[in-house]
Design a protein around this ligand. Structure first.
Ligand code: SF4
Length: 368
């Protein structure tokens, strides 16, 4: 008997929650609380995430106070709930809030109301530490009731399981989801379909062989029947063994070692060499004579006890010196008389320019 669409949707959500854990839903109108609960649930359970969120709200006034608090303080609050990676999560929370503050001057998600849902989803999914499912479900909380995100990663899974019929277009799948899902299913579907679409049901090579929805998915059943198109998640290669290298080294060492020489062939016709003469047996040394036992020295005589010196007599306390007489204040010196201003010298008269000597007439050369 063919299942109704609502039954199929309910079954798919149930199977996915079995794999990813229960979707944590917070009874709060603040989208930031919902986002934090979903983010804290990844790698942990839904109830644990709700407890961590409650502890944070009790310890801090608001998200802005968390933003300006020390990392170790946030980690301490989360760690009390049982998170082993509390430190990493505290770093992520602080970094996320800091980004919001830098972009929108607030540690809240109120700015989402002024954005288109798809645009808001794109903004949130680009933030480090935030998975697509968290972004999609958070946006769905702030969206108009009855609407569904027009994002391929979210619509791929319901389209392949045949929720809107075989070969339905994404817009038809979206319309079917809007008609079929109630408010609570809409929130869960955004979170789970986005996670599954990114992890397993990828656009090109879905891992149908290990998918939790293979029992209810028409596309997956068809691909598994054909065989070959259904992908398997790649298994990481085993770590290389270091022992092999050692073996190789040993093998090389063996190769280099010189081979033992073959025994020399017997030469026919030649006289055999005379057998080597046996060496005369070395005489054993006679055992060394035991030394006569050394006589023990007589114990040294005790010295007579030195008489203790009589305690030195205490010196009489030194008499206090009489206080030194204060010196009489030094007489003030008489003020030094100011020198009379030095008279300026009269300007030196310029010398009259020296008359140039008339050139000496050259003597007429004596006639030889
Ligand atoms: S069985 Fe394959 S096609 Fe179907 S939901 Fe799973 S991964 Fe996607």
């Amino acid at each position: 008997m063919a299942r109704s669409r609502s039954d199929k949707l309910a079954e798919a959500l149930r199977l996915l929650e079995k794999a990813y854990g229960k979707t944590p839903r917070v009874k709060s109108d603040v989208p930031m609380d919902q986002l934090a609960a979903l983010a804290l649930a990844s790698g942990a359970s839904g109830p644990q995430a709700i407890r961590a969120l409650k502890a944070l709200r009790e310890r801090f006034v608001d998200w802005n106070e968390i933003r300006i608090s020390y990392r170790r303080e946030i980690a301490g609050v989360i760690g009390e709930v049982g998170y082993r990676d509390a430190n990493d999560r505290a770093v992520a929370i602080k970094e996320f809030l800091e980004k919001l503050y830098m972009d929108h001057n607030m540690a809240a998600l109120a700015f989402l109301e002024g954005m288109e849902p798809d645009q808001a989803f794109d903004y949130l999914k680009k933030i480090r530490f935030l998975r697509e499912g968290v972004a999609a479900a958070t946006v769905s909380v702030a969206m108009e009731p009855g609407k569904f995100l027009a994002v391929p990663d979210v619509l791929r899974v319901p389209g392949r399981i045949g929720l809107a019929g075989k070969g339905a277009t994404p817009s038809r799948v979206r319309k079917t989801l809007e008609d079929t899902a109630n408010e609570e299913q809409r929130f869960r579907a955004h979170y789970l379909f986005a996670l599954h679409g990114m992890d397993i049901c990828r656009s090109r090579m879905p891992y149908c062989a290990e998918c939790e929805l293979s029992s209810v998915c028409e596309y997956g059943r068809a691909t598994l029947r054909q065989g070959g198109r259904a992908g398997m998640r790649p298994v990481p290669p085993p770590p290389k063994k270091k022992k092999k290298k050692k073996k190789k080294k040993k093998a090389v060492a063996k190769k280099e070692a010189p081979k033992p020489k073959a025994p020399a062939k017997k030469v026919v016709g030649k006289a055999r060499p005379a057998p080597a003469k046996k060496r005369p047996a070395v005489k054993k040394k006679a055992p060394a004579k035991k030394r006569p036992a050394v006589k023990k020295k007589a114990p040294a005589k005790k010295r007579p006890a030195v008489k203790k010196k009589a305690p030195a007599k205490k010196r009489a306390p030194a008499k206090k010196r009489a206080p030194a007489k204060k010196k009489a204040p030094a007489k003030k010196k008489a003020p030094v008389k100011k020198r009379a201003p030095v008279k300026k010298k009269a300007p030196v008269k310029k010398r009259a320019p020296v008359k140039k000597k008339a050139p000496v007439k050259k003597k007429a050369k004596k006639k030889a």
